[in-house]
Write a protein that binds this ligand. Structure first.
Ligand code: 0X9
Ligand code: ZN
Length: 443
């Protein structure tokens, strides 16, 4: 009897070590750059996505020439074989991804020393939150806001920057996908600039708007990428005895589970058992709704691929104010490219990448009255790098994104939205003109 208990204890201990305590290493995991030529090859890759042995870092799409796939040493041969059998071009991007991970610089923030937050390294959740608290106590225009709560009970902490007279709001959402480390770094940088920059245009932007800034909206997942698995994307809610995590950018209540998600809980795009099943999306969406009055911009930050996406992910149809948003977005991406020549492509989710629903931007645009809603897919656009953006690219990325945000603001004021829907007079005029034209063509 004692022996049996002892074995159970040992097994439990091993289980805890493997599943909870131990950091997953990616020694000899190879990152591939795969180049499908036609729809058939894209479809083959899509079918391979169901195989959870392979980690697809981006989805096969007719609009992106490459797909990054990560495979362990045991699974490499099989992957290469299948791809070659189907004549799909495959290149090794990184032979041993652990080496790239090891080069990612993680710095320590020193309490009450704002200068120890730098933009050439990544930071843990504790450090980002401590830095935010220090910023808040140093600048009277900054206050702490709590946007919601995570499964493990952590606050989704944000900074509101408000000088007292702005009536339009800008909402920044970072880090919903935990492994996309450049996202929290970008959002934190924008908060920093709004509070500390001497540049007039940035100071004006800080004063003219009421800013709601959340660098890490998936805090449990973000911590997990530091402690256990650098490649973790979802939240950390256990789904069953074996599987953990919901893709928080598939869990919003807008066309939930319609496209780009998998009902397999071990998939990286598992959308949860139902819309808003997760504490993070449920509480955050409630918060966003509560402050949505007067919201002019909602900006969500992801990586990678250098894209500026607009809603929606279920159709390529130009819905809502698509044409206005795409015009303003393209101008902003022009401004982004000035500093270093970085090129972004602008388009709605479905036309620029793939059909995917249940994302935050679709819910915001579909349910709230927010004029300009975008999702940045940040640097890189490089099949050799993927998520592991070298630390020396953090600052250039942040600078160019800040340039683009200033241009978004500038353009949103230049192109003014029609103040009201065209009334019956306008419809009558339209019908009259069409009638006259038909008449002319006929005769
Ligand atoms: O698939 C996603 O959630 C985003 N791409 S990522 O590679 N960062 O995972 C794109 C989000 C686009 N927005 C919607 N699907 N609504
Ligand atoms: Zn993402």
């Amino acid at each position: 009897m004692f022996g049996c208990k002892f074995y159970i204890l040992v097994i439990t201990f091993i289980f805890i070590c493997c599943c909870d305590g131990e950091k997953v290493r990616f020694d000899n995991y190879t990152l591939y750059g795969v180049f499908p030529k036609d729809e058939k090859q894209i479809n083959l890759l899509r079918s391979l996505q169901d195989d959870t042995r392979f980690d697809f870092w981006n989805d096969p799409s007719p609009y992106k020439e490459y797909v990054n796939i990560l495979a362990s040493q045991e699974n490499k041969q099989y992957l290469e074989k299948v791809l070659l059998e189907h004549g799909i071009e495959v290149n090794v991007a990184v032979d041993n991804i652990q080496e790239l991970i090891d080069k990612e610089r993680v710095n320590k923030y020193t309490r009450r020393n704002l200068r120890s937050m730098t933009w050439n390294a990544y930071y843990t959740l504790d450090d980002i939150y401590s830095w935010m608290e220090d910023l808040i106590s140093s600048y009277p225009e900054a206050t702490e806001i709590i946007g919601g709560i995570s499964y493990e009970g952590r606050p989704i902490k944000g900074i509101r920057i408000y000088h007292g007279r702005a009536n339009k709001k800008i909402f920044l959402e970072g880090g919903i996908h935990s492994r996309e480390w450049i996202s929290p770094a970008t959002v934190a940088y924008i908060a920093n600039e709004l509070l500390t920059s001497p540049i007039d245009e940035i100071r004006d932007a800080a004063r003219e708007y009421d800013w709601y800034i959340f660098p890490v909206t998936n805090p449990d997942g973000y911590i997990w990428t530091f402690t256990n698995n650098r490649m973790w994307r979802k939240n950390r809610r256990p789904i069953n005895a074996q599987q953990t995590g919901v893709d928080l950018n598939r869990n919003w209540n807008n066309n939930w589970l319609v496209a780009g998600a998998s009902i397999d809980p071990s998939s990286d795009t598992y959308p949860g058992p139902g819309p808003f099943s997760e504490p993070e999306t449920r509480t955050l969406s409630t918060y966003i709704r509560s402050i949505s009055d007067g919201m002019e911009f909602y900006l969500s930050f992801h990586s990678y691929g250098q894209l500026l996406l607009l809603p929606f992910g279920n159709t390529t149809e130009p819905l809502a104010n698509y044409f206005e948003a795409i015009n303003i977005g393209r101008r902003a991406m022009g401004a982004l490219s000035v500093r270093y020549g970085t090129q972004y492509v602008t388009g709605n989710v479905a036309e620029a990448i793939y059909h995917a629903t249940g994302g935050s931007i679709d819910w915001v645009k579909g349910h709230l009255d927010v004029r300009l809603v975008y999702c940045y897919e940040l640097r890189p656009d490089d099949w050799r790098v993927g998520f592991i953006l070298p630390p020396d690219e953090i600052l250039p990325n942040n600078l160019e994104v800040m340039d683009s945000i200033l241009e978004l603001i500038y353009m949103s004021k230049r192109i003014t939205a029609p103040s009201a829907a065209p009334g019956p007079g306008a419809s009558f005029l339209f019908i009259f003109i069409v009638g006259v034209m038909l008449h002319l063509f006929k005769y």
